[in-house]
Design a protein around this ligand. Structure first.
Ligand code: AP5
Ligand code: MG
Length: 189
């Protein structure tokens, strides 16, 4: 069983890379951003609540996110492993994931942290915003807020895994193909 976290600031390529890694290593891809957007599209009460946070670039409360992950782990029992994309995003989420996995006899194998400059992140998100229909992709102030949330709350989760010696920093500024090759190199080690 291999459980990987793909980590990084907004727009760093987590989703793009996670889809390809899931295919190559036969992993279940869990993107909390995609799950929340699905809830919004379905008009659930969870979605309506989450939309308020997402539209202002803020993180959704930990309790909501941990419950979502727990459901997904329960839904996928006989699998080769998971790739977590966009989760955990805070230290309490990281601790909760460790606990949930431990209870099921699993553990995080590796945390791959994409390193991309803020300038490039903003360029990528604004470009996607022209077609994505994502409300949080078009307004520069909201993009700034997302980056700020990452700096203030999410980076600490990387340090949490660094202390467990599971964190690998991977250059994510190159092409999609270059970055994929670098990520595979770390996983295969
Ligand atoms: P989420 O959906 O996770 O968004 P995000 O982390 O802000 O990042 P993105 O999905 O925008 O970027 P990405 O890193 O996946 O990059 P991508 O591959 O798409 O979260 C959205 C919101 O939901 C949060 O703000 C929060 O409110 C809430 N939320 C979600 N999870 C939460 C949690 N755990 N706790 C609390 N709240 C949570 O690439 C970006 C673009 O760049 C694409 O257009 C892509 O084609 C392009 N691209 C990718 N790689 C390259 C490359 N190498 N070169 C050029 N372009 C590239
Ligand atoms: Mg994403």
């Amino acid at each position: 069983m291999v459980n990987i976290i793909i980590f990084g600031p907004p727009g760093s390529g987590k989703g793009t890379q996670a889809v390809q890694l899931a295919q190559k290593y036969n992993l279940i891809h869990i993107s909390t951003g995609d799950l929340l957007r699905e809830e919004i599209a379905n008009g659930t009460s969870l979605g309506l609540d989450a939309k308020l946070y997402i539209d202002s670039g803020k993180l959704v409360p930990d309790k909501v996110m941990i419950d979502i992950i727990n459901i997904k782990l329960e839904e996928n029992k006989q699998v080769q492993g998971f790739i977590f994309d966009g989760f955990p995003r805070t230290v309490p989420q990281a601790e909760a994931l460790d606990n949930l996995l431990n209870q099921k006899g699993m553990t995080i194998s590796k945390v791959l942290a994409l390193d991309v400059s803020v300038e490039e992140l903003k360029k990528r998100i604004l470009k996607r915003g022209m077609t994505s229909g994502r409300s949080d992709d078009t307004d520069e102030l909201i993009i700034d807020k997302r980056v700020k949330e990452y700096e203030e709350k999410t980076k600490a989760a990387a340090n949490y895994f660094d202390r467990q010696e599971k964190l690998s920093l991977v250059q994510g500024e190159g092409t999609i193909e270059d970055t994929f090759a670098l990520l595979c190199e770390v996983i295969d080690k």
